[in-house]
Write a protein that binds this ligand. Structure first.
Ligand code: ADP
Ligand code: MG
Length: 587
């Protein structure tokens, strides 16, 4: 008895579709690539229910003839290669002639397409690989490919789809991978009737900031290099913006997003010695290589590639990134040519520092011409403002007391030195501010009416899919601290109000670090999520070492610090103040 039979095309296509289209996002990728291959300059992506119900790509590319409009759904139907030699000179995104055959096998497709020279276009409806109808239609030049009810005939696969938010974030990721490198084309993305992105053709940096946030413009150095083998053009993140997670690391070859561990390592190696532990830089790097030196064909979705000259490429890429980082950091190094560490002699073992005491000179007038009073020396304690303890116990000192006007001195833009009765206080400016902000945030959290400032211009913040999920979870807590934040799309959030004293330009940064903190184990020791969030926010928002402070700012900071019940340590238990005692000064 013969057992073998040849599978009908529709079944064969359905099986093969599994390789090309495993989820809505992969269909999106294929359709966007086809539109670009057709020479479109404007490409609109429309999805409903994260692609489950509808994925439509409308382009103004070359369009198709009546017979091509039918043929394009056949397996191995492609206009992009003709013979096997062509495989080594591929400049288009597609070439396998598989995508549309696969898509038509597992959904209901409506194609409307028109050549620019024709008056009428053609409409083809195809379901489960069977052409249902073809008729002339009036439509704009170009192509609209609408695939409806993905996996309608493959329930098993339909059931494998994740919830809409997850599938949509995959679609957004595909959209970013395509649009980041094709910044010379216009794109839109509409989801359930809402326009999520409207990207105008422009420069790569413009595209990055359109996709992420305007603040990204200051976060990158440009990399540009041209050798016979390799052309490099892109942007690498400044080391200070490195993140604890591998977030935005995008590598492209000949207009295609790729994953290439060795080349990614080349970029990261260029940062050697510039980043903290477990910090990863962001980068967007486009490479141009002679297509004959690449084998793209090794993976059906074409994200993995092999290069003939991998070693040379590694070296070129690494030194190009190094150059970009070096060239630009030289200037800043010259500016801040001072060691960051300020040596405070370690206290003897078992030594418990006395509570700092504050003194001020009530007669001090910054505008008076007697200079002696502005010198740093230990002032006599005025009767009514004796010690820190007194200060703390005075109920009417909250909100912040009027300034105790000891002169402050900033050392290395990192420490504030100010005289107290017990000696000379050396205050770490960031840690001090951290404590002040922490107490403020906590207070705001407890109050029924939140302290909040409405932003003149709402700020968009953008996260990776995973981070966005986490951020969503934290939104209620953030609201308690006086933030007003709305989700817009899966990965974008609009901030319309913040607690007082937050710089809008630093919001993204602040949230990024907060999320990194939240993920890292350092915050696990707090069993209270709100507390850990508050700690992290305070740290992110605090002024950093390196910031020059005016006399008034320093005095305000010192006064605010001493108004805190726990002025001597940060919420994380780090020491804020060191006292150099008079005896030590004498020595
Ligand atoms: P491939 O892209 O690998 O050639 P596809 O199945 O994606 O295979 O597409 C088959 C063919 O259909 C393409 O080679 C192209 O000629 C035609 N085609 C697909 N999409 C478009 C489009 N948006 N505009 C014009 N032609 C298209
Ligand atoms: Mg294709």
């Amino acid at each position: 008895m013969d057992l073998i039979n040849i599978l009908p095309d529709s079944v064969a296509n359905q099986i093969a579709a599994g390789e090309v289209v495993d989820r809505p996002a992969s269909a999106v990728k294929e359709l966007l690539e086809n539109a670009m291959d057709a020479g479109a300059t404007q490409i609109d992506l429309v999805v409903k229910d994260a692609g489950r119900t509808l994925i439509q790509v409308i382009d103004n590319g070359c369009g198709m003839s009546d017979s091509d409009a039918r043929l394009c759904f056949e397996r191995h139907a492609t206009s992009k290669i003709h013979q096997s030699n062509d495989l080594f000179a591929i400049r288009t995104m597609g070439f396998r002639g598989e995508a549309l055959a696969s898509i038509a096998a597992i959904s209901q497709v409506e194609l409307r397409t028109r050549l620019h020279d024709n008056e009428l276009g053609t409409q083809v409806i195809i379901e489960g690989s069977q052409i249902v109808s073809q008729q002339p239609t009036a439509c704009p030049p170009g192509t609209s490919m609408a695939m409806k009810n993905l996996f309608y005939n493959v329930p098993a696969r339909r059931n494998f789809l994740k919830k809409d938010s997850v599938e949509l974030s995959h679609i957004e990721e595909v959209f970013r991978r395509v649009t980041l490198i094709h910044y010379d084309l216009g794109f839109t993305l509409t989801s359930n009737g809402k326009l999520l992105y409207d990207l105008k053709a422009g420069s790569m940096l413009q595209r990055i900031s359109q996709l992420y946030s305007n603040t990204y413009k200051e976060r990158f150095y440009s990399v540009e290099e041209e050798t016979d083998l390799l052309k490099i053009k892109g942007f690498v993140g400044k080391p200070e913006y490195a993140r604890k997670t591998r977030g935005e690391q995008y590598l492209f070859v000949n207009g295609r997003f790729i994953k290439h561990p060795a080349l990614s390592a080349a970029v990261e190696r260029a940062y050697e010695g510039m980043l903290g532990d477990h910090c990863y830089p962001s980068y967007f790097i486009g490479l141009q290589v002679d297509p004959s030196r690449i084998d793209i064909n090794i993976h059906p979705t074409k994200t993995e590639v092999k290069f003939v000259d991998e070693h040379a490429m590694f070296a070129i890429l690494r030194s190009a990134v190094k150059k970009a980082l070096g060239q630009f950091t030289l200037a800043t190094e010259l500016e801040f040519n001072t060691p960051a560490e300020f040596n405070i002699p370690p206290a003897p073992k078992g030594y418990v520092p006395p509570m700092p005491q504050i003194s001020y000179n009530p007669n001090y007038n910054p505008f008076s011409s007697t200079p002696s009073q502005t010198h740093l020396h230990l002032e006599k304690v005025p009767k009514d403002f004796k010690t820190l303890n007194d200060l703390k116990n005075t109920k009417d000192l909250t909100p912040p007391p009027s300034l105790p006007k000891s002169t402050c001195l900033q050392v290395q833009n990192h420490y504030i030195v100010t005289p107290l009765t017990s000696g000379l206080a050396v205050i770490d400016q960031q840690r001090a501010h951290e404590r002040i902000l922490f107490d403020q945030l906590k207070q705001s959290n407890n109050q029924a009416i939140k302290q909040s400032q409405t932003l003149l211009f709402p700020v968009n913040c953008q996260f990776s899919a995973a981070d966005a999920d986490m951020f969503n979870e934290l939104l209620p807590d953030l609201k308690d601290y006086g933030f007003a934040i709305d989700a817009m799309g899966q990965c974008t959030f609009v901030v319309t109000a913040t607690p007082p004293d937050i710089k809008e330009s630093e919001l993204q940064e602040c949230f990024d670090r907060m999320l990194a903190d939240y993920k890292s184990s350092t915050l696990q020791k707090f069993n209270n999520r709100s507390q850990s969030l508050c700690t992290s926010l305070a740290r992110q928002m605090a002024i950093k070492p390196g910031k020059t402070l005016s006399q008034e700012e320093m005095q305000q900071l010192v006064a605010d610090l001493f108004a805190c019940p726990q002025a001597d340590t940060t919420p994380n238990g780090k020491k804020i103040i060191t006292i150099v005692k008079p005896e030590e000064l004498l020595k």
